[in-house]
Design a protein around this ligand. Structure first.
Ligand code: NAD
Length: 296
């Protein structure tokens, strides 16, 4: 009997993951609150359901790709969710960028029902989800990870098991804190060089040949900023959420992290000019609207 996979949350990331798994021969069904997301998934070979209970009941593996920790907690622990309808032996793979405490709380509640919960937040954007080339940082028990591996391997090219439950989200939050910082610091380097006579494209080429490179200079600026496309598929609202999660994590650890603190302030302040549905790369416009604006 083939493994029955359910995907809850068929947005930019979950829709791509579901389509990838379906294209690799898995029996995939998906659920979303949005009719548009359901229709898009259906057009890519994913069976869709409009009753969530049914999907939870029938699945051997459930993948969650939801906006925030609170959505994950509701789907897992609230009435009508996984605690009520999940079968013994179910594996839940949560790819949402969530909080470590949420992952630990859910993993502990589900373990009592013989249901495994793995936090496996992802990098690679919608393109990585749609091509099965994402990277994952994973918090899980070794045995659960081994059982989930065939599905994880079909969705990703790189998987780093960073620790037990919650560790995946600690690592993802640290990663996104750096990405948030690198976008702004790279914008500042480009603005400085431009004013000193070096064109942005040439500077980025130079950075990528040198030690100042990062995903901001190698991927974000060439793909979404310098061409003014701003169409990465990752929103300002979601990145502000992640930067907020980093601040909360750091605050709870009683650390002195002045640079991270400043980056968090800049992202928070950006809500005055950049709506939640803007592309996350638009943060660079705060540095130089002429260089990085859409030019409209
Ligand atoms: P999205 O907004 O495109 O998709 C989220 C989907 O979840 C939406 O279709 C929404 O209708 C659905 N949803 C919300 N609540 C639901 C519920 N209770 N039940 C069923 N469906 C529900 O977001 P996304 O960009 O796909 O991001 C999903 C997660 O992945 C977020 O945590 C995000 O931070 C993370 N992430 C996104 C990217 C990216 O590039 N977009 C990259 C890495 C990680």
């Amino acid at each position: 009997m083939s493994v029955k996979i359910g995907v809850i949350g068929l947005g930019n990331m979950g829709g791509g993951m579901a389509a990838t798994l379906a294209s690799k021969g898995f029996d995939v069904s998906g659920f979303d609150l949005s009719e548009v997301a359901l229709a898009q998934a259906k057009s890519k070979g994913v069976k869709t359901v409009t009753v969530r209970n049914q999907l939870i009941k029938q699945s051997d593996v459930l993948i969650l790709s939801l906006p925030k920790a609170e959505h994950v907690e509701a789907v897992c622990l609230d009435k009508g969710g996984i605690t009520e309808f999940g079968s013994e032996g179910l594996i839940v793979i949560d790819t949402t960028t969530s909080t470590p405490e949420t992952s630990r709380k859910i993993a502990s509640a589900l373990r009592k029902l013989d249901i495994a919960f793995i936090d496996a937040p992802v990098s690679g954007g919608p393109k990585g989800a749609a091509t099965g080339t994402m990277s994952m940082v994973i918090g899980a028990e070794v045995d659960d990870l081994a059982r989930a591996m065939p599905v994880l391997e079909a969705m990703s090219t790189t998987r780093v098991h960073v620790g037990r439950s919650g560790a995946g989200n600690v690592a993802k939050i640290a990663n996104n804190m750096l990405a948030a910082c690198h976008l702004i610091s790279t914008a500042e380097a480009i603005a400085m060089a431009a004013k000193a006579g070096v064109a942005p494209e040439k500077l980025v080429e130079g950075l990528n040949a040198g030690s100042g490179r990062s995903a901001a200079s190698q991927v974000m600026f060439p793909t979404w900023v310098l061409n003014k496309a701003y169409d990465s598929g990752f929103t300002m609202g979601l990145m502000r959420k992640d930067v907020g999660l980093a601040s909360e994590l750091a605050d709870g650890l009683d650390l002195d992290l002045p640079l991270s603190h400043l980056v968090a302030l800049l992202w928070k302040a950006s809500s005055a000019t950049l709506a939640d549905n803007e592309d996350f790369c638009a943060i660079v416009q705060r540095t130089d609207t002429e260089l990085f604006g859409r030019g409209e």
